[in-house]
Ligand binder design. Structure first.
Ligand SMILES: C[S@@+](CC[C@H](N)C(=O)[O-])C[C@H]1O[C@@H](n2cnc3c(N)ncnc32)[C@H](O)[C@@H]1O
Length: 430
């Protein structure tokens, strides 16, 4: 006798109410328009044009809905590309592309890379991510429920992904590389920063077509050369230095290694015109204008800022300890390292936000809207904006210190969106 099996119920598309959680800053409206599957019947979200999350909304609904496969033909990409004002050649390329971009995300944190990738490749499929920090994982899975966490990178074999992966991305820890790290002498030998070699192992094991690696701009030349040498055996180029200040109100200089060309935003060569066009698209899409925000554009109202005032104990610390040798007597504390900010025009960008931004002795703001100036901390909302994340992105964590730590570790998504345009250009031309 043949056993009769019941037909599996079709999964239902993601509800719009879940999607709305992405869009805390600009409440999206629900409109009827052609959805990622080419039908008009289902209402889809129309987020505000400066909301980075547009692509996530599309890609989440695509990945989870019953017609995910039918969607893989690039229709959504092309639709999105138009919204993003990409050139005709790129749109044609996206329409022709049969298979969505498959990528692996390493040291994923709160998905800073993912936000940038989905902006340009809304159908992209993340086959897995590697993260061990509880807070970061909570935020990641809040935005990408059902994503596969491969866990501790040192324990993962990437062989199972061989030939499946188009792109591997990641920002390996900079704990022992950064100029302000107490363990700076260790560089690539440091317990955290040597995890870079697991990124390299991943490239060896799964042999992706492309890779993108991020790390701090302030590492020693030796480490930079060593990393460049190692990655050159995978077709890697000299790293590109990109400062998030081009897209946000924060100075954050980061090196990016890749085996596709990242256009230099500061060069005087003809490439600079291409770089500026890409940068303008990001700014127009996110802020509706051609210039990056300054501190004044992202700062919270005085009423909220007042609650962030530093304690007298901490002010004493800043007044008396900064500038003196630290406990180990090895190096001077530098005021800049702790991020003093003013409201005058000479300080329109914040110093680099650190992972320790939530702890007491880091990233101080001198808010000169107050008389006398108020010494205070950044709010979570301000740090989300300084990093280029949507407002409320980390609100699924309850403790602001955890939110700030996760944000301080992250890569700025608008920078990744810029690099993804360079990547797309490479794909179109190759
Ligand atoms: C520089 S941060 C990268 C953040 C990420 N790019 C983002 O946008 O949030 C490095 C990340 O690597 C993670 N990490 C550290 N050791 C790890 C390990 N053994 N396996 C996987 N991830 C690890 C840290 O928790 C941290 O989130």
């Amino acid at each position: 006798m043949v056993a009769r099996t019941r037909a599996k119920p079709k999964p239902t598309p993601t509800s719009t109410s879940t999607q709305i959680t992405f869009c805390a800053k600009n409440t999206p409206t629900v409109v009827k328009r052609r959805n990622p599957h080419g039908r008009f019947s289902n209402p889809v979200l129309q987020p505000h044009p400066d909301d980075l999350v547009l692509c996530n909304v599309l890609s989440r609904s695509c990945n989870r809905c019953a017609n995910a496969n039918a969607n893989a033909n690039g229709k959504a990409s092309a639709e999105h590309a138009k919204a993003f004002n990409l050139d005709a050649q790129t749109i044609r390329y996206l329409q022709r592309r049969k298979r969505p971009l498959h990528f692996l995300s390493l040291f994923s944190g709160i998905a800073g890379f993912e936000l940038g990738i989905y902006q340009l490749f809304p159908n992209a499929v993340c086959v897995g991510f590697c993260e061990i920090d509880k807070g970061a994982i909570t935020i990641y899975l809040h935005h990408y429920p059902g994503a596969r966490n491969l866990g501790d990178i040192t324990q993962v074999s990437f062989k199972e992904f061989r030939t499946q992966i188009d792109l591997v991305v990641g920002g390996s820890p900079c704990t022992d590389l950064s100029a302000i790290s107490p363990n700076r002498a260790d560089q690539l030998k440091g317990t955290k920063s040597r995890l870079f070699f697991h990124f390299v192992r991943c490239l060896k094991e799964c042999r992706p077509q492309f890779f993108l690696l991020e790390n701090v701009g302030s590492m020693k030349k030796d480490s930079r050369s060593k990393m460049t040498d190692i990655l050159s055996s995978f077709g890697g180029l000299e790293p590109a230095l990109v400062d998030a200040a081009m897209f946000t109100a924060q100075r954050r200089r980061r090196l990016f290694w890749s085996n596709f060309k990242i256009f230099d935003l500061h060069s005087k060569s003809p490439d600079n015109a291409v770089a500026q066009t890409f940068a303008t698209r990001i700014l127009q899409h996110k802020y509706g204008r051609n210039r990056a925000p300054s501190i004044l554009d992202i700062i919270e109202p005085k009423k909220i800022a007042r609650d962030q005032a530093h304690t007298p104990k901490l002010l004493h610390y800043f007044n008396n300890e900064v500038g003196k040798p630290d406990k180990l007597g090895k190096r001077k504390r530098r005021i800049e390292a702790y991020g003093y900010y003013t409201r005058d025009s000479s300080a329109d960008k914040s110093k680099c936000i650190l992972a320790s931004v939530g702890s007491d002795n880091s990233n101080l703001v001198i808010d000169q809207r107050f008389t006398p100036p108020l010494y205070r901390k950044w709010t979570v909302r301000e740090v989300e904006r300084l990093q280029g994340f949507p407002d409320g992105y980390t609100d699924c964590l309850r403790d602001p210190r955890d939110q700030l730590k996760a944000l301080g570790n992250a890569v700025a998504p608008p920078v990744i969106a810029y690099i993804m345009q360079c990547f797309q250009r490479h794909l179109v031309e190759s």
